[in-house]
Ligand binder design. Sequence first.
Ligand SMILES: [Zn+2]
Ligand SMILES: [Zn+2]
Length: 156
Amino acid sequence: MTRTWTLPMTGSCRCDRVRFEVSVDPILTSACHCTGCQKMSSSAYSLTVMVPTDGFAVVQGDVVQGGLHGEDARHMFCDHCKTWMFTRIDAFGLVNVRATLLDDPSWFEPFIETYTCEKLAWATTPAQISFEKFPPPESYGALMDAFRTAHQGGHE
Ligand SMILES: [Zn+2]
Ligand SMILES: [Zn+2]
């Protein structure tokens, strides 16, 4: 059985000055192998919990926006320790929260993985669906349905 979360979920940056709360169910989880994520995470891939903007709040401390961002994606960091905390995708009303910042990430597993065309040769994840780049926009609805189904039944 797939492990699942309990709401609200809480999390923090490395220094714990910034804390956040997730109050609604995530709609998808992912790992991204793109070279941008490799650099920003200083690791093989980034890990994301996708949450509707309404269900996400910084409840303590200050975040700053990184200097590198597109029109749609705003990368946010702890003002003190500079942990890469989350990315606001305003056009879609989403926040991509970095999964390992959760106080309890034990339930987390990437449901999809993206940009495998740029992955390190040895890098693998338990993701159920792999995409060479990003999923086509029209496939997100079906992916979210599949994610919801996979996580049904475990809720309190
Ligand atoms: Zn910090
Ligand atoms: Zn990426």
